[in-house]
Design a protein around this ligand. Sequence first.
Ligand code: UD1
Ligand code: PEP
Length: 417
Amino acid sequence: MRFVIKGPNRLYGTIETSGAKNAVLPILAGTLLCDGQSIIEGVPQLKDVDVMCDVLSHLGAKTVRNGATLTIDTASLRLEEVSEELMRRMRASALVLGPLLARFGRARISQPGGCNIGSRPIDLHLKGLRALGAEIKERSGYITAEVGRLKGADIHLDIPSVGATENLMMAAVFAAGTTIIRNAAREPEIVDLQNFLNRAGARIRGAGTSTIKVDGVKSLRAPQGHRVIPDRIEAGTHIIAAALTGGEVVVKNVIPEHLEPLLAKLREAGVDIQVERDAVRVRREGVLKAVDIRTMPYPGFPTDLQAQMCALLAVARGTSVVTETVFDNRFKHVPELRRMGADIYAEGRAIIIRGVERLTGARVEAPDLRAGAALVLAGLAAENTTVVDNVAHIDRGYEKIEEKYRSLGAAIERLVS
Ligand SMILES: CC(=O)N[C@H]1[C@@H](OP(=O)(O)OP(=O)(O)OC[C@H]2O[C@@H](n3ccc(=O)[nH]c3=O)[C@H](O)[C@@H]2O)O[C@H](CO)[C@@H](O)[C@@H]1O
Ligand SMILES: C=C(OP(=O)(O)O)C(=O)O
């Protein structure tokens, strides 16, 4: 499947952000802890959400989707194992490890391999589970975790890993006593997970700060109607698209505070940004200016917007240096953007971009989710036709992206072949 984009496009109009992929995935894993039927609202139609539903079904849960509402019934869970096939389809499948262990005292998942953006081990998840008393064996490509009952512990994460923080928060829900997670990740999606679990009867506090405390409880009852927070990375992608192509776009259903790290950089680059209560209005008439960026854990500049920002800076006046500090190999968009006329190269962890007058259409390939989104943005701004191959990567994290951009006046089509 590919996108064919005829550029250059200027975007005008209003666009609605969907629910956050990175919030709904851990919440779906969290339903494994709950008795009864969890009802989750604002669930985006994404490949990754489908894979997480496949994981839950594989474990014996029943999942029913009705528009943006997802119902998960865990009454007939029968397995505690996630196969290699499911782990390969989505790394976030590893988020079921903590909940399965908490609920059944046993869990087995395939070892996640490296991926297109870096090596991505889960050693911190395992170290934390060991601290909670689990016995963990790594054999023949599988990780097996076993425990009688987890016991609260004081855990210090070596780095503030989002996935490790979420997995340990969920594992600790039924642990005896209190668990403290220090140097926890502070991403808004972790706050959403805390809110979901607390609605179910968990006793968690501190999400959004670097110290999270979990008092163990006996059971959780499935919450009815938790609404997933808006996807700050999707919204950020649209905001960058509007800034890159020019025009005027209102991005609705956002929590502006979650976008501050991006908005600050865009203002520095010369973009006119107006923040409303739950919307951001973006307008760009003058030239874009080069800016330097370092990706950091929240509230730093998000690594998940690094590639899209490179597309923008490709046409900014001056030289920008973008340093990727979160993942060790998130640079696959660099050679693809070069095919479109960008003066961009990677050196160590830095990407050096000398702004050019304009990008030109080319045939490029989406190497991963956000790099793919960056190429779509570049294609919208470029002259002539851009073909972005392998859009399955983009469908992992963006709901009907081509329809959304068409509604803003872009010439973008999906070709199935
Ligand atoms: C589903 C989901 O929410 N995905 C997000 C999550 O991924 P994810 O939860 O995988 O990201 P982490 O925060 O765990 O990873 C950050 C860094 O820590 C390293 N690390 C992580 C765990 C571990 O046990 N050992 C270790 O070394 C990773 O290799 C990476 O270099 O946060 C990332 C960082 O904001 C985002 O880019 C992803 O979109
Ligand atoms: C890297 C991402 O996701 P995941 O952690 O699911 O690979 C992302 O959303 O950009």
